[in-house]
Ligand binder design. Structure first.
Ligand code: SF4
Length: 168
């Protein structure tokens, strides 16, 4: 990072540790390699391939939930899969984030009439960013990560406030 972009003419930059951690966190979002249905192939695997090149954004996949920051839910969440989604989410360390990819994960999509389908993954775990589409384009998945960065930055004042309150 070119520091002078942030410091102007001054050669020193003073930031609080929370700001530094959130900056690092926002630029190294590792997601869990996990997909349920067609959205994972169309949107997710396409986005991480050489054409769209996720790596340049600091976004990499991990095979283990304990090393992942982001869960991408891509596909229809039925009762059977819901158990798996919940268990993997619980194995991820805090702070953890969830991106819901496509109509099925957002609302049940074309399968919403089926009695064993959840009408959105947010019925079982909290979702930070929703991506519309059936399937979404890989660009939308990348845009979702940019939105997630903004969300992490927006949480910094909250964390600073918590630290101040803990001191009192
Ligand atoms: S939203 Fe469309 S592409 Fe994605 S999992 Fe559902 S049916 Fe497949």
């Amino acid at each position: 990072m070119a520091l002078d972009r942030h410091t102007g003419e001054n050669s020193l930059l003073f930031i609080k540790s929370e700001q530094l951690f959130d900056w690092a966190r926002a630029h190294s979002l590792w997601y869990l390699a996990f997909g349920i249905a067609c959205c994972s192939l169309e949107g997710l695997i396409g986005a991480s391939g050489p054409r769209f090149d996720f790596d340049r954004m600091g976004v990499f996949f991990r095979g283990v939930p304990r090393q992942a920051d982001v869960m991408l839910v891509a596909g229809t969440v039925n009762y059977k899969m819901a158990e798996v989604v919940e268990r993997l989410y619980n194995q991820m360390p805090e702070p953890r984030y969830v991106v819901s990819i496509g109509a099925c994960a957002n609302t049940g999509g074309p399968f919403r009439e089926y009695p064993n389908v959840y009408l959105g993954v947010d019925e079982i775990i909290p979702v930070d960013v929703y991506i519309p589409g059936c399937p979404p384009r890989p660009e939308s998945v990348q845009y979702a990560f940019l939105q997630l960065r903004e969300k992490i930055y927006a949480q910094t004042p909250e964390r600073l406030k918590e630290r101040e309150n803990a001191r009192r």
